[in-house]
Design a protein around this ligand. Sequence first.
Ligand code: ZN
Length: 170
Amino acid sequence: MSTKREDVLNWDEYFMGLAHLSAKRSKDPNTAVGAAIVDENHRVVSVGYNGFPKGCSDDEFPWAREGDTLNTKYAFVVHAELNAILNSKWPVSGCTIYVSLFPCNECAKAIIQSGIRRIVYESDKYDGVATNIASKRMLRAAGVELCRLENTIHLEVHKTRNPEMNPKQD
Ligand SMILES: [Zn+2]
């Protein structure tokens, strides 16, 4: 008789994995961030990743981090959290958002105003930076629960040619 698997991902780890998978869609050469929004019944409500707004071509807009504002990504990129909120077909009020990196102050505003009640994150590498302090100040004032994951999730995705695919029918 076989026993059940014990070393499974818990819900928070599983949805953080989904956030990481969503990040695989990002074209950002330096920082690919993904987010997942999940309701209290563990149903996925929305996902997002960092990228330029619709109609703004990845080939025409800049990915640079340094230089004049208009030549850097910062003027144009929509963060994963905001994309996940804006892309949602359903209200995100009362939901949890999963994001690998602690949300910036601009995303914190959107998270609070959308009614998201809990943030699960892995890294807080900008702790102490002014925008991070502003973000935490707003989130705490609004009573949003902040949870850092005890385990970080590492996702390896491999894309291999489908052996059942007929090469002539490409
Ligand atoms: Zn942000």
